[in-house]
Design a binder for this molecule. Structure first.
Ligand SMILES: Nc1ncnc2c1ncn2[C@@H]1O[C@H](COP(=O)(O)OP(=O)(O)OP(=O)(O)O)[C@@H](O)[C@H]1O
Ligand SMILES: [Mg+2]
Length: 372
């Protein structure tokens, strides 16, 4: 089979690492020929994944296509789908998810619990909604990695809001942030990975590290699994999906958002689960049986992020020391240049002992720095 990936970042790179286990000819479309996925595919095409003609011409000779980012040209994918190219996930699912406005409406339509929200078109519109604060303002299109999200606690914060179509959603008193990966094949069969807990740095409001399986009350796990399955069933699309959820102060479970693709919260599955999220997506695309999602051991992920004050050719301080640690797996994405906040790699730790996981996660965050 000939399979194309729209986007050539680290997700595409790790997808291609898993493709090497199967008989598949891989194609990547991305603007930058030095992108993380460029040298791991059979065929690289330089081009804009948001441009109709570029995406259509890239896909028309392929058997199947997948994405590693939602900001792709969905019209071209719809035309390709109509002409018989299999698309994972379906363009209709990408269209719903791509815009946070339609995504939130989708949760309401299908009775999937999510925080209450209103739609704002302009900042003037937002200014009339002070009674709705504290709330979180989210850009409809184009946000990623927290860019496009503003917490508005009171009227003084209104100027931080967006002057473009956006949602204003009630601020949730978050007890835990959870992510769960669901896979669905063409036959509609589903499998779930164990939920992961994302632990945030309260000062920087950045993901600190992640632990999986999350330690949760049984009833909470059931809700998380039920809502995640409902999201994917209602999207009516085969593929691999990551559903992010909040557990609030009253132990209610709310869906925050869904990514219709392999996801940062699933990187530990490479070493920690029998079938990784990347292996799973290939099984779906190639029509093989779904894989085993069971954990081999509990795990943690630490993201390797470009340090503040460093922009330019990347250097990895403390790498040797981290590589000496037991049951620690380093993944560098091959990005030449670093800048503050850029995702440059991740480290997975596996251990039977949750204390060992958190101890090593903190130690790695302390030791490993991306500088110039
Ligand atoms: N309604 C809410 N109440 C409280 N905090 C929220 C709410 N919505 C989002 N947040 C916080 O903001 C973070 C980013 O929000 P969200 O996941 O919607 O945006 P994003 O840009 O898609 O981010 P990412 O790409 O990092 O997942 C969440 O992980 C959470 O910590
Ligand atoms: Mg998110």
């Amino acid at each position: 089979m000939k399979v194309g990936i729209l986007g050539g970042g680290q997700l595409g790179r790790m997808l291609l690492q898993a493709a090497a286990n199967y008989v598949v000819e891989t194609y990547v479309l991305e603007n930058d020929e030095n992108c993380p996925a460029a040298h791991l595919c059979h065929h690289f095409t330089r081009g804009d994944i948001t441009d109709f003609d570029t995406v259509y011409n890239f896909g028309k000779c392929l058997d199947a296509l997948t994405i590693e980012i939602e900001s792709v040209n969905v019209d071209a994918l719809e035309k390709l789908e109509a002409e018989g190219v299999k698309i994972y996930p379906k363009p209709s699912a990408i269209r719903i998810i791509k815009n946070k406005v339609t995504q939130k409406e989708f949760y309401n339509t299908h009775q999937i619990p999510t925080s209450a929200f209103i739609i704002t078109e302009t900042r003037v519109d937002l200014e009339k909604q002070i009674h709705f604060l504290p709330a979180v303002h989210k850009l409809g299109l184009g946000g990623y990695d927290g860019k496009g999200v503003q917490i508005l606690n009171n009227a003084d914060d209104i100027s931080k809001g967006f002057d473009a179509p956006a949602i204003l959603e009630k601020k949730v008193q978050i007890k835990k942030e959870i992510a769960i990966i669901v896979a669905m094949n063409d036959a509609g069969e589903t499998v779930l990975y164990p939920p992961a807990e994302m632990i945030f740095d309260p000062v920087l409001n950045l993901l600190d590290y992640q632990i999986s399986p999350a330690i949760l009350a049984e009833k909470t796990t059931w809700k998380i699994e039920a809502f995640a399955i409902r999201v994917v069933k209602e999207l009516k699309s085969a593929g691999l999906f990551a559903v992010e959820l909040f557990i609030d102060a009253d132990d209610e479970v709310l869906v925050n958002e869904t990514a219709p693709r392999v996801h940062n919260s699933g990187h530990h599955t490479i070493e920690a689960n029998y079938s990784s999220q990347f292996d799973m997506l290939w099984r779906i695309i190639l029509g093989y049986p779904l894989g085993n999602t069971h954990p081999i051991l509990p795990s943690a992920i630490v993201n390797i992020i470009g340090a503040e004050g460093h922009t330019g050719k990347a250097k990895y301080e403390g790498l040797t020391e981290v590589l000496k640690m037991d049951n620690v797996f380093v993944h560098l994405y091959g990005k030449k240049d670093t800048k503050p906040g850029r995702k440059m790699g991740h480290v997975t730790i596996i251990s039977n002992d949750y204390q060992d996981l958190t101890y090593k996660a903190h130690r790695i965050k302390h030791i490993l720095k991306v500088t110039t």
